[in-house]
Design a protein around this ligand. Structure first.
Ligand code: ZN
Length: 387
């Protein structure tokens, strides 16, 4: 038997009346017979949908229990760092059972993980639960997730209620036109889980929120939805979100408290070069900017980096050989109240370096200032963990 538990009711798990019934046996046929004879309502496990269940169902096609994969629920239950302490999110979302593969311990732990998830989910807003209930039950094999949200909400998922809930969750959090365009797609089974994860991330955006690497790998649409909603300027002059979020002067004022860019130097049209350089990457374009010393180059990369981080959680990497200058710039940002810049260079102690890498992995870093000799760095199998 793999890392898969079985259960009669979710209420039994939530109230701790139900504990895993695990019997160590060398006889797989006997174990499968026992599971089938018990007619469980649910098969519960961590990563079972993609790993264990295909094998289990190949062996016992008649097993009709609704699966609940706790890996899939985790980013909804715990969208903010730190995640559930038993779940390793840096890598592939496996359970933190130990350094060796221990399927029996995994099977025992999964009850605790699900119990904690039910508790955490019950603390989310009614809108979030209504939206997630609908979105996570569009595709095949969703009866187990339906049971989870019915248990929490006490009712069935209804499309119209989900639409209203999603609109309410996105109000003021994204471009109105992109929201309208996205709403036309939410009934598609393929978009359900990515949309649920996008909403979970947007709900806690603005720091210490991270979309786990396995989500970005398995549900590529999730981060694409976030970028589409929040970082693809619709161009409408009356769009409150796009005009606010793509305006270099507003961003300068928001992050650094200045009311205007330096008046000199200017481009051929007389527009301050600083503002011009900031505007291009904010609008999604690439550019090579060259400024004389002492004319405020730092804000030219810092504002686009901070804006992207705010909108999508993106990490900007700044490569600079000047370690002293890096430290200066990070201190300057700290004075402006910006603590999301992380440095990695040869001057760091091992613990400092580890701390910097952890901040990048956990999504706490808007920019990574790194000296060239430190490249390439190993951020772990899952990358940075940001959408
Ligand atoms: Zn817009």
């Amino acid at each position: 038997m793999y890392s898969c538990s079985w259960a009669a009711t979710l209420a039994g798990i939530a109230t701790q009346r139900l504990r895993p019934a695990i019997r160590a046996t060398g006889d797989i046929t006997q174990a499968l017979n026992q599971i089938e004879a018990a007619s469980p309502r649910h098969l519960i496990g961590h990563t079972i949908l993609r790993h264990d269940l295909p094998h289990l169902w190949a062996a016992r096609p008649g097993l009709q229990a609704a699966p609940i994969d706790t890996l899939w629920l985790n980013p909804l239950a715990f969208p903010r760092n730190p995640y559930h302490h038993l779940v390793k999110h840096h890598h592939d979302g496996r359970l933190q059972a130990g350094h060796v593969n221990d399927p029996e311990l995994d099977a025992r732990l999964v009850f605790q993980v699900l119990r904690n998830q039910l508790l955490a989910l019950s603390g989310h807003s009614a809108d979030a639960l209504t939206a997630w209930h609908y979105l996570t039950t569009r595709a095949a094999l969703s009866e187990g997730f339906d049971a989870v949200f019915r248990h929490l909400r006490g009712r069935a998922a209804v499309a119209a209620e989900a639409e209203a809930a999603i609109l309410s969750l996105l109000e003021g959090q994204a471009c109105a036109q992109r929201i309208r365009q996205t709403m036309t797609r939410i009934h598609s089974p393929q978009i359900g889980w990515p949309m649920a994860y996008a909403l979970a991330w947007i709900g806690v955006s603005g720091g210490d929120s991270v979309m786990p690497p396995w989500v970005r790998a398995q549900f590529k649409e999730a981060s694409a939805i976030v970028r589409f909603l929040r970082d693809s300027d619709c161009g409408a002059p009356d769009c409150a979100w796009c005009r606010e979020k793509n305006d270099p002067a507003k961003a300068l004022s928001r992050w650094f408290g200045y009311s205007a860019f330096r008046p000199e130097p200017v481009d051929p049209e007389g527009r301050p070069l600083q503002e011009r350089i900031v505007a291009e990457p904010m609008g999604g374009d690439s550019l090579l900017g060259i400024l004389p010393t002492g004319t405020g180059k730092s804000v030219c990369y810092q504002i686009p980096a901070l804006t992207k981080y705010d909108k999508t959680g993106a990490l900007s990497v700044v490569i600079s050989p000047l370690v002293a200058l890096m430290a200066d710039q990070v201190q300057g940002m700290a004075r402006a109240g910006i603590s999301s810049a992380v440095t990695i260079n040869g001057m760091l102690s091992l613990p400092e370096r580890q701390d910097a890498l952890d901040r990048v992995r956990l999504g706490e870093a808007s920019m990574l200032l790194i000296s060239p000799e430190q490249l390439p760095i190993d951020l772990g199998a899952g990358g940075t963990g940001q959408p």
